[in-house]
Write a protein that binds this ligand. Structure first.
Ligand SMILES: Cc1cc2nc3c(=O)[nH]c(=O)nc-3n(C[C@H](O)[C@H](O)[C@H](O)COP(=O)(O)OP(=O)(O)OC[C@H]3O[C@@H](n4cnc5c(N)ncnc54)[C@H](O)[C@@H]3O)c2cc1C
Length: 306
């Protein structure tokens, strides 16, 4: 028999955990279902310096504080992977790899994962020389030489931000030109401390004392060389984790879930919060804002349909 809750939150990152706190404080019963480590992407950030209230905190520590807050308010958490969300009597049937749960409303807060290159050495250096987030980690490389892998808008934006604080920025792009907006390209080229290599792929990483060694392969000639940087930022896109609900909500061309300002999807009982939602700024503070909005909208939906 499936257990029943007012609100089921899918995903235990900052968006989902904030949604849980708000729903619990509205006296709703809440289950948070998390497939991995609660805290989500925060767990990959060695030092967060832009979350209000903490001048400096490790992602792991902040994640612990979020979880503690949810448990303190009486929230339930299960480590399971949600596979699907369908209609059932009395609400939504949430099927996981472990069982079934029923919620009167569902908040989808499954986040997004950064697309990886999938080359040797990458996993081991994540957060230790390889980063995905110039806003978050750029300051660690002030005055240093960094590489940005990618050539689209997000790579250019990362590179521009880094160019303002690093001594040099090198873009490594597999295509023959940038694929981002012309204005960003012009701005990048106008900086005195930037360069770009086109038609190259990154085929591996290794750590050498204080630098990251990057194996760079010329696609045309197949020649491989090793270039050293103080840090590497990978900006080849985000993959939204909308899989379990993609058939019941509307997604845009990137796979992110479309919602209105109340975080409501096209299904009146399904709300969305955080990085898996179509929006411009993907940060912890914006994920929390979505979590609060989605939870309160879900509570209003439940009360109106009681
Ligand atoms: C290296 C790094 C550093 C960063 N540094 C900063 C920073 O300094 N400041 C800042 O503001 N932002 C930073 N960010 C961005 C920030 O972490 C994200 O914007 C934020 O975590 C998004 O929150 P979320 O809850 O929407 O998603 P996520 O954090 O992605 O959490 C989603 C959760 O849902 C779970 N999930 C996914 N699918 C399922 C499923 N089917 N079933 C169950 N659970 C599921 C995932 O396991 C995950 O735990 C950083 C990101 C990275 C990767």
């Amino acid at each position: 028999m499936a257990d029943k809750y007012d609100v089921i939150v899918i995903g235990g990152g900052p968006a989902g955990l904030t949604a849980a706190i708000y729903a619990l404080r509205a006296n709703k019963s809440v289950l948070v279902i998390e497939k991995g480590n609660a805290g989500g992407q925060m767990n990959f950030s060695p030092c967060i310096e832009n979350y209000p209230g903490f001048t400096k905190i490790s992602g792991l520590e902040l994640a612990d504080k979020f979880v503690e807050h949810v448990l303190d308010q009486g929230g339930n958490m299960e480590i399971e992977e949600v596979l699907s969300v369908t209609d059932t009597e009395g609400g939504k049937l949430v099927k996981t790899d472990f069982g079934e749960h029923i919620g009167k409303a569902v908040v989808v807060a499954t986040g997004a994962r950064h697309r990886l290159l999938g080359v040797p050495g990458e996993d081991a250096l994540l957060g230790k020389g390889i980063s995905f987030c110039a806003v978050c980690d750029g300051a660690f490389y002030a005055g240093k030489h960094v590489a940005v892998v990618g050539g689209g808008n997000s790579a250019l934006q990362e590179a521009l931000l880094l160019a303002d604080q690093c001594s040099k920025v090198t873009i490594l792009q597999n295509l023959e030109d940038f694929t981002g907006e012309q204005k960003l390209v012009e701005l990048y080229r106008s900086k005195g401390n930037t360069e770009a290599f086109f038609g190259v792929t990154v085929s591996g990483f290794s750590q050498n004392a204080h630098t990251v060694d990057v194996k760079v392969k010329n696609i045309a000639t197949d020649e491989e060389e090793v270039r050293s940087f103080d840090g590497v930022f990978i900006a080849i896109g985000l993959i939204p984790e909308s899989g379990p609900v993609k058939d019941v909500v509307e997604t845009d061309k990137y796979g992110t879930i479309v919602s209105d300002e109340k975080c409501l999807t096209k299904d009146p009982a399904i709300f969305v919060a955080g990085d898996c939602r179509t929006k411009n700024v993907r940060q912890i503070s914006t994920a929390c804002a979505d979590g609060a909005t989605a939870a309160l909208a879900a509570c209003r939906y439940i009360d109106a349909n009681a």
